[in-house]
Design a protein around this ligand. Structure first.
Ligand code: MN
Length: 239
């Protein structure tokens, strides 16, 4: 069984989310062959030198899951795009590029966080291209930790203002970007998060059926997708 989660948004201000996610790692994930975290595991990650207690606890839980034989993979989200080699070492999670095509039960499946598909949000895409630049990241990571944390808080406040103002459809994926991703990779299935709109979308790409599975965020309840022998199911974990 393969498991997928996204947008857990672990935050010291919301300990109930961490508790539920740790429980999920202990129980459900323990029986999996692999766990794919499709971005935004953390509400904020300003560098691998952040050793806050909550972050350390989750890294250790992932590490022990890996020791129990569950392969753990993580993609960058728009909140935790600075996860680096230090995170990999601490958590045992292998960082994958975004997007990535994984072979799952003999099928090529496109995995992505999903923010790159939201091409109608021009302001966000502009910001994304800035902060994903390695030179920008080097400069940012050279700042003291407390300074980086303050900047991240300011960025989150700016993002909340932007989200509140923007037209809802702008915050969703762009259909042409989705089609382009299917065509570029030749897959018939993709899994992503980011939009916080859990759903299973059946579509047609190049006159053949394709499926887009969207993971939910963990703000109100848990959300994950399982794949067992090529069969995909969406799950909600009431809190
Ligand atoms: Mn996101």
């Amino acid at each position: 069984m393969h498991l997928f989660v996204s947008d857990v948004h672990l935050d010291p201000a919301a300990p109930q989310i961490a508790a539920q996610f740790l429980q999920f790692l202990e129980t459900t994930a323990g029986g999996a062959q692999a766990l794919y975290i499709l971005g935004d595991l953390f509400e904020a990650w300003v560098g691998d030198d952040d050793r806050g207690a909550g972050k350390e606890q989750v890294c250790q839980a992932l590490r022990s899951l890996g020791r129990r034989g569950v392969a753990c993979f993580a993609l960058h989200g728009n909140r935790d795009f600075l996860l680096g080699a230090g995170f990999s070492e601490r958590s045992g999670c292998r960082l994958l590029p975004d997007p990535v095509v994984a072979q799952l039960d003999g099928e090529a499946v496109l995995l992505t966080h999903g923010d790159a598909l939201c091409t109608d949000d021009h302001a966000y895409q502009e910001l994304r291209s800035i902060v994903r630049d390695p030179a920008w990241q080097r400069r940012f990571l050279s700042l003291p930790l407390t300074h980086r944390e303050r900047l991240a808080d300011e960025a989150r406040a700016g993002s909340r203002r932007h989200t509140a103002r923007a037209i809802p459809t702008i915050m969703d994926v762009n259909p042409a970007a989705v089609t382009a991703a299917f065509r570029a990779t030749g897959v018939r299935r993709m899994i992503h998060g980011h939009t916080h709109r859990p759903a299973l979308h059946q579509l047609s790409v190049a006159d053949a059926p394709a499926e887009r599975l969207v993971l939910g965020a963990w703000y109100e309840q848990g959300s994950y997708i399982s794949c067992e022998a090529g069969r995909y199911r969406m799950h909600q974990l009431p809190r």
